[in-house]
Design a protein around this ligand. Structure first.
Ligand SMILES: NC(=O)c1ccc[n+]([C@@H]2O[C@H](COP(=O)([O-])OP(=O)(O)OC[C@H]3O[C@@H](n4cnc5c(N)ncnc54)[C@H](OP(=O)(O)O)[C@@H]3O)[C@@H](O)[C@H]2O)c1
Length: 284
């Protein structure tokens, strides 16, 4: 059994079964998520290793690079193995390293989706996520564009990201939403209510920035203590806590390093007992 299998599985929509620990492909680009990675061969090798380790959900976006992450995934893995789910996103634009602006205009989302189809070398995106609500565009218009792309067969499933409970409800009144991607980790649980909705209704919840254990990982802190007891790293404890937190939780830790990748995936097999989970729950 592959290490990732210990994370269990989650079914997105009614047909895409994936392990509950995925890979975030934002970190295989250059500094500031801008331009090519320092070493292209290393980045390609990391992406190939993801699949060798049995991981079958990769998260990316047209804005990572921009285009670099999607193109590297295609270079490393196309033609894609059966069962691999590539989840990409549209709705952000880039003007330079570390700079992100939202663009949820329907015409932009269409252009972005068509670009992702080309860069990923596919004729249908498994899961297309609206990267973020754009305050300058009514959310219903952005989500409506996602529905149109789905109706045209360019998208299989639709996901949303960086949403409140109200925005999630609004999106679901327009299109069938199978997943939510919000920031969530040991030190930031501000999306707990959104997670509760996902758990109630069986939507996947992809916590981004899952390794931000923050101060909890300081020497002598709770995370570090629990990590030591298991001969694990604080990051592995942060991932194991997420996996235990909800059956719909699907962390997507990101890295450009094969060593870090192996370490992150090994967290699937780290079992924390009830007392440890309670201590972590109470730690913030
Ligand atoms: N929807 C959104 O708005 C949104 C926003 C941000 C991210 N995301 C997605 O979520 C994914 C994860 O978020 P993230 O990449 O920001 O945060 P993360 O996974 O919590 O952390 C990634 C950072 O931790 C380092 N790291 C990873 N594994 C490590 C390990 N085992 N030991 C030490 N350091 C390690 C990485 O550096 P190294 O490369 O050196 O390992 C990188 O700097 C992204 O890749 C992206 O797909 C989505």
């Amino acid at each position: 059994m592959s290490a990732v299998a210990a994370s269990g599985t989650l079914t997105l929509g009614d047909d895409l079964e994936v392990h509950r620990l995925g890979f975030g492909a934002m970190r295989i680009t250059g500094d500031g998520v801008w331009g090519p990675p320092a070493d292209r061969d290393v980045a390609v090798a990391v992406v190939r290793r993801v699949v060798e380790l049995g991981v079958n959900l990769i998260d990316t976006a047209d804005s990572y690079g921009p285009r670099v992450s999607e193109q590297l995934i295609a270079e490393a893995l196309h033609p894609y193995p059966d069962g691999l789910v590539i989840a990409t996103k549209g709705g952000l634009q880039r003007s330079g390293p570390g700079q992100w602006s939202r663009n949820g205009r329907p015409e932009h989302l269409r252009t972005a989706c068509e670009g992702s189809l080309r860069d990923l070398r596919t004729d249908r995106i498994d899961l297309y996520q609206l990267h973020a609500p754009d305050p300058d565009v009514p959310y219903a218009e952005s989500v409506g564009a996602m529905k149109e792309l789905q109706d045209e067969g360019k998208i299989h499933h639709v996901g949303v990201s960086n949403v409140s409970v109200e925005q999630l409800d609004e999106a679901r009144s327009i299109v069938d939403v199978v997943s939510v991607q919000n920031r969530f980790n040991l030190s930031d649980r501000s999306s707990a209510e959104v997670l509760a909705v996902c758990e109630r209704d069986g939507l996947g919840f992809f916590p981004w920035f899952p390794l931000a254990a923050g101060d909890l990982a300081r020497p002598g802190g709770v995370v570090a203590e629990i990590a030591q007891a298991h001969d694990a790293t604080p990051g592995q404890v942060a991932l194991a806590w997420l996996l235990a937190r909800s059956p719909v939780m699907l962390p997507i830790p990101g890295t450009g390093s094969a060593e870090h990748l192996e370490e992150n995936i090994a967290a699937a097999g780290l079992e924390l007992d009830d007392e440890e989970l309670e201590r972590l729950d109470d730690a913030v």
